[in-house]
Design a protein around this ligand. Structure first.
Ligand code: SF4
Length: 350
């Protein structure tokens, strides 16, 4: 696995170009956003005159504050991952990469849902899930645009791979007439078979034997059933867009001291192992959590100043490295960042 990601990051720019070329052949319109604001502007213009937008959980969209940006422009935006939906209702930040509402009890969820849905939702998990399902089902069918992330992209076939359990990502990517995928450049690997391996390692280290859904999307919905004439927009979206995000990744890839932070699959395995995260959960990080989150904060979201408290909070115990499928040396990189901070560096990259 490490060899796949080493090659992928070494050739990141080239693989993104290859993936884009293949996707364009498959009728997926692609963009490369160098900054968060560029990505926000591209996605806003793609949303155009839409009213309702449904979103699948995506750390990359959190990274660029996409929901706030779209809401400020008047769009009705719904997070559709159940945990993310609850966190959105509370106006707080997610507490875990894969389980954003891990800190809420069923009683708290009942209170939040009863208040938001203006009806009594009993503190029973099944009833709570059913209430959210009913509420969001209407949004899925009314949505003009679905926005999702991707777990991995295969450059040779231009395929977007998505792993999930709830089915909300499938609905977001297949019910609205327009589907937009936002993905970090580091997610591209050379081949479809390597992408499948990355996907399997991701779900296994996320503690799933097998996720409920693994989707492979390689073009907009199409049919050739009438006279073999290929026509787009059969049952799924007629328009499919993929926005690749750089936002510091290509600079990180060029720095041998920190490049391996880009190998991260976001499986969340290291968080279960981190003694500090077990105590404070999502307070050990901002959009990205744990020791690996400290590195992503430094390079991608907040710079050295914002990352400093996280970098110094890391115990450098090394348990995350042992658990990580890529054996990413997060403690070593946190120590490197401490040196930079101590030397008074303003930015992590020289
Ligand atoms: S650092 Fe390793 S264990 Fe942690 S989320 Fe990334 S790939 Fe998973």
């Amino acid at each position: 696995m490490r060899r796949i990601k080493e090659e992928a990051i070494e050739r990141m720019e080239e693989l993104v170009a290859e993936a884009r070329e293949q996707m364009e052949r498959n009728r997926i319109k692609t963009f490369l956003a160098r900054t968060a604001s560029e990505a926000r502007e591209i996605i806003t213009s793609l949303c155009g005159s839409a009213t309702v937008i449904v979103k699948g959980k995506s750390l990359t969209s959190e990274e660029i504050d996409l929901r706030d940006h779209l809401e400020e422009r008047g769009y009705e935006v719904y997070e559709t991952d159940l945990g993310e939906f609850l966190v959105e209702l509370l106006g707080i930040k997610p507490m875990h990469l894969l389980a954003p509402a891990v800190h809420l009890t069923r009683e708290e969820v009942s209170r939040i849902l009863s208040q938001h849905l203006s009806r009594e939702v009993p503190p029973e998990v099944e009833e709570e899930v059913a209430a959210v399902r009913e509420f969001l089902r209407d949004k899925f069918t009314r949505a003009d645009v679905g926005i999702t992330g991707a777990n991995v992209i295969a450059a040779d076939t231009g395929t977007i791979l998505q792993i999930e359990n709830e089915g909300n990502v499938r609905l977001s990517s297949s019910l609205p007439p327009v589907h937009i995928t936002l993905v970090g450049m580091e997610k591209v690997v050379p081949t479809l078979s390597q992408a499948m391996k990355v996907a399997e390692v991701t779900w296994r280290y996320a503690n799933y034997t097998m996720p409920a859904y693994v989707s492979l999307i390689s073009s907009p919905s199409k049919t050739g059933d009438i006279e073999k004439v290929t026509t787009y927009g059969a049952h799924g979206p007629k328009e499919l867009y993929c926005v690749f995000l750089d936002n510091g990744r290509s600079a990180m890839a060029r720095d041998p001291r920190f490049r391996e932070a880009l190998y991260c699959l976001r499986c969340g395995g290291c968080l279960y192992e981190c003694p500090l995260f077990c105590l404070v959960a999502g307070h050990f990080g901002d959009r990205y959590f744990g020791g690996i989150g400290a590195l992503w904060t430094a390079f991608v979201t907040g710079g050295l100043e914002e990352a400093a408290p996280l970098v110094y909070s890391c115990l450098t115990c090394g348990r995350c490295k042992v658990r990580c499928p890529l054996e990413i040396d997060t403690p070593g990189m946190c120590l490197q960042l401490r040196h930079l901070i101590a030397e008074g560096a303003q930015e992590p990259l020289s």
